[in-house]
Design a protein around this ligand. Structure first.
Ligand SMILES: [Zn+2]
Length: 318
């Protein structure tokens, strides 16, 4: 049974009694020497990735011991705003062209699929849910419209303000996450946002504490070891560096869950999510190709490589 039913996340804080966490500190020149999963120091150059928002290039490293991938020198919190889209970006506007409308339709379908996944995995049709990293708030709004109480945190100020203005979500900044009382939610979800946290261990540990004893934690991520990532290289849209610091693989994530005594009860993938990622990857790889041809290519490739995006259902060990 969930302890809270209020609409405002601020009512669930522990009133700032704790010190700021590592999560909040400015980690400028964040030089990673050891893998956060296995603590190994055999980090080798995987590829160079140029962020299309800042045009800055980042090195992606791979741990040769466990396969985990890492963005080297990801920016600190105080620098992060320049790496998010500004208010003039396409994601804040209603698309006028055919391609934009197609992508919007696909994302709307994905939001509905996310709601279905939550209901199936949690085995309930309503409840109190927290989303870590809600971006512009589309999923949180969709599940709220399905009868859930949805709370959200988001570290991008522009996205959070948009979510609050457009959907009245009352999303809060991400530092609030660590001030929420344990056992507050039936479901906690992180749709490809665990990799954005500064401290993987502290974050997953805290997320697992936020669910009630029979609650459900859903962690989804683009698999950095998938065939699409190998084929597309730096054009793969799953990298999303430097916003994403940690690029998970199934092996690395399952090891992380084990380290925190969490039980993985299900693992599934999403053909639709894989299709969207493949489509945007192919559009970035060859922007001059006709959209219909790119659409067809994406369709066949995502059928062939449907393992691009994994969704894990996790429960606490009883
Ligand atoms: Zn490792």
């Amino acid at each position: 049974m969930c302890a809270y039913t209020q609409d405002s996340l601020s009512q669930q804080r522990n009133h700032l009694s704790q010190k700021p966490y590592l999560f909040l500190t400015d980690m400028t020149a964040n030089h990673i020497k050891n893998c956060p999963i296995c603590n190994g120091n055999h980090l080798i150059h995987k590829l160079s990735y140029t962020d299309n928002i800042s045009s800055h290039t980042f090195e992606i490293l791979q741990c040769s011991d466990c396969g985990m991938l890492i963005t080297q020198h990801a920016p600190g919190l105080s620098e992060l705003s320049q790496y998010y889209p500004d208010k003039e970006a396409a994601c804040y506007k209603q698309p006028q062209d055919k391609v934009g409308k197609w992508l919007l339709r696909l994302h709307n379908r994905w939001n509905k699929e996310q709601v279905r996944i939550v209901c199936e995995e949690a085995e309930r049709q309503s409840g109190v849910l927290l989303e870590m990293g809600c971006k512009q708030g589309h999923f949180a709004n969709t599940i709220r419209n399905s009868g859930w109480i949805a709370h959200a945190v988001e570290q991008d100020n522009t996205a959070r303000e948009y979510a609050n203005d457009r959907f009245q979500l009352q999303a809060e900044s991400v530092e609030v996450l660590f001030n929420i009382k344990p056992r507050s939610y039936n479901v906690v979800v992180a749709w490809d946002t665990l990799g954005e946290s500064y401290d993987l261990h502290r974050t997953i540990e805290h997320l697992s504490q936020l669910i009630v004893s029979d609650g459900t934690l859903i962690i989804a991520f683009h698999d950095a070891s998938c065939n699409e990532a190998k084929c597309a290289g730096s054009n793969w849209q799953g990298w999303d560096a430097p916003r994403k610091r940690w690029h998970l693989t199934p092996e690395a994530f399952e090891r992380l869950a084990e380290q925190h005594n969490l039980v993985i009860t299900n693992r599934r993938n999403s053909l639709l999510r894989s299709f969207i990622t493949t489509l945007t990857t192919l559009m970035a790889s060859n922007p001059n190709k006709k959209f219909l041809a790119t659409l067809c290519d994406s369709f066949f490739r995502s059928f062939k490589n449907s393992d691009t995006y994994y969704i894990y259902t996790i429960q606490k060990r009883q």
